[in-house]
Design a protein around this ligand. Structure first.
Ligand code: ADP
Ligand code: MG
Ligand code: MG
Length: 536
């Protein structure tokens, strides 16, 4: 009634306001923030990962501090820092400015008469780089990087480790390792619900960064035996790193829930876009774009020997810009090359014949599910199950195994029918994506430049409106079937702990840099004699 309407309006308003958080307000909120003193044991712990690559290249804060160190060091180090910067500029440059960037690099750093000449480059290095540069090759950058890496790993790295910059790094690491609890976030309305609990929008108090928090109910997990799957989902999410798959930023536990804090996808899931916004289905230009991003996400998973197994529009989410990512890796499995499984997994209507027949399978099942998903995006129904059709699973299975896919909707054009037919080949050997072939080369994708797509340079064909919540009212997610009287034993507690690893290092450091907190706290006056628990 009216009250429910009001409750949902208030929930939406708070969430939409947080999405537009004002940076000044945030800065006020964290005025008292200071950096902790590194604990005695934190230095040896850092030693475990004390490689140059990890400390000075892979970790965003480490990389920044090492660069700042170089700039205060001797002239050769300053030159190297500038050189690395120029090299990045060259990589990112579009064709028009690429030649200029290259000439600048050559004259500044590769000419012996230049003041910023890198004297450690051998004549061989310079010659090799020149010829590589002419081919505009990625290998050129790699070779130059390798040459400088060799130099930096020596004396500069040793000096860095004894410098205040490294002390500052340890301070940040101390913050990174803090225990994460509910108090680290503000919580907003729920965005959806899944098998083990709801997904809420949350905001990190001190950075203002918005995320989605998937809350898995501990009682429910135990009762339904979902614990192992939850841990798998967390471990796989943590491992993948793609623009087309949601990222994991934190994993922690509250008294009642295990929580996965991930990229916030405020544009809603594709199921919502197919069915809840007027005419069923999605416009073809968008279908092609989303399908291309899904393909890129699937290929990333397959390259890591991960089979997704739960591809369907409901699990593909849009961000605020209108780009999509795969989410919900709860059914994903890692199957090293040559290993197969015959486990039944997936959602009715999207499961491939080989799963339904309980045969051994690997990555083929994801391409089948993509065929079903493209079909559904176009026509608002599944190939073997009509919209809202009440039908037994066994009948869907029968149709999947025996029937041909029909295209009654007039929205299907030639290339679309063709790619769907090739993804829906009942025999794996004939299926697109399973014959040592590349689905990206199909004519369905003729207007997509996958290189540019992967670099985030292709404009989305549709952008979500900033003041709309693309999900059903949060009231609809209420779940009344509470499960009580579940007792946890030592084994459960051990599992909860294994799950709750806190901040994911690279994501956390990015958040600190992107939010401006790094720059605010990095001035020399912030000396690290703050209270112990200032972050939560
Ligand atoms: P389950 O594994 O139980 O199916 P999901 O991970 O699919 O749970 O999440 C359930 C729903 O919550 C999704 O269908 C989606 O609508 C919403 N949701 C999940 N993750 C996000 C996210 N990162 N951003 C926004 N909404 C999300
Ligand atoms: Mg789901
Ligand atoms: Mg799931």
């Amino acid at each position: 009634g009216d009250l429910a309407g009001l409750v949902s309006l208030v929930a939406n308003t708070a969430y939409l306001r947080a999405l537009e958080s004002d940076s000044n307000e945030l800065r006020m909120r964290r005025e008292s923030l200071t950096l902790p003193t590194p604990k005695k044991f934190s230095a040896p712990r850092a030693a475990l990962e004390k490689t140059y690559e990890s400390l000075c290249e892979q970790q965003p804060i480490g990389r920044k501090l090492f660069q700042q160190f170089l700039l205060t060091s001797d002239p050769q180090c300053v030159a190297v820092a500038e050189f690395l910067e120029e090299l990045n500029n060259w990589s990112a440059a579009e064709d028009g400015t690429k030649e200029k960037a290259k000439q600048r690099i050559l004259s500044k750093f590769c000419q012996p008469q230049s003041q910023t000449f890198l004297s450690f480059l051998t004549a061989e290095d310079v010659k090799a780089c020149l010829s590589l540069f002419d081919k505009n090759d990625k290998a050129a950058v790699e070779q130059m990087r390798e040459a400088t890496r060799k130099f930096l790993k020596g004396k500069p790295f040793l000096e860095y480790m004894r410098s205040p910059f490294y002390y500052r790094f340890l301070q940040w690491k101390e913050c990174e390792r803090q225990k994460i609890t509910d108090r680290y976030f503000y919580e907003f309305r729920s965005l959806g619900r899944g098998g083990f609990g709801e997904v809420c929008a949350v905001q990190v108090k001190h950075t203002g960064q918005m995320y989605a928090c998937k809350k898995l109910d501990k009682n429910r997990l135990k009762k339904k035996g979902g614990e192992r799957l939850a841990l798998m989902e967390k471990q796989i999410l943590e491992k993948v790193n793609s623009a087309f798959i949601v990222n994991l930023a934190y994993a922690y536990q509250s008294k009642t829930h295990l929580c996965l804090v991930m990229t916030l996808m405020s544009g809603g899931d594709l199921r919502f876009h197919i069915y809840e916004l007027g005419k069923r289905g999605i416009r073809m230009e968008r279908v092609v774009y989303y399908a291309a991003q899904i393909v890129a996400g699937i290929l990333h998973l397959h390259s890591m020997d991960i089979v997704y197994r739960d591809l369907k529009p409901e699990n593909v989410l849009l961000d605020a810009k209108g780009q999509c990512r795969l989410s919900d890796l709860g059914l994903a499995v890692e199957l090293p090359k040559g290993k197969m499984t015959c486990q039944r997994a997936g959602t009715t209507g999207y499961m491939a014949p080989e799963i339904l027949k309980q045969e051994y399978y690997r990555t083929s099942v994801d391409w089948w599910a993509l065929g079903c998903s493209i079909y559904e995006m176009v026509s608002g129904r599944l190939p073997f199950k009509d919209f809202r059709e009440k039908v037994q699973n066994s009948e869907v299975t029968r149709r999947t195994l025996e029937d041909d896919c029909k295209f009654e909707d007039k929205s299907f054009d030639g290339p679309t029918k063709d790619i769907i037919n090739h993804f829906l080949k009942k025999k794996v050997l004939f299926r697109l994506g399973c014959r040592n072939d590349d689905p990206r080369t199909h004519t369905f994708f003729k207007n997509i430049n996958f290189h540019r797509l992967e670099a985030g340079l292709v404009e989305p064909p549709w952008v979500p409106k900033p003041n709309v919540v693309y999900s059903k009212d949060s009231e609809d997610f209420r779940d009344n079937s509470e499960i009580k009287d579940v007792k946890f034993d030592a084994k459960d507690e051990k599992f909860f702990k294994e799950f709750s690893t806190g901040a994911v290092s690279v994501r956390w450091q990015r958040e600190i840099i992107d939010s401006g907190v790094f720059d605010e706290l990095n001035n020399p006056e912030v000396n690290g004699h703050g209270q112990e628990n200032m972050w939560t």
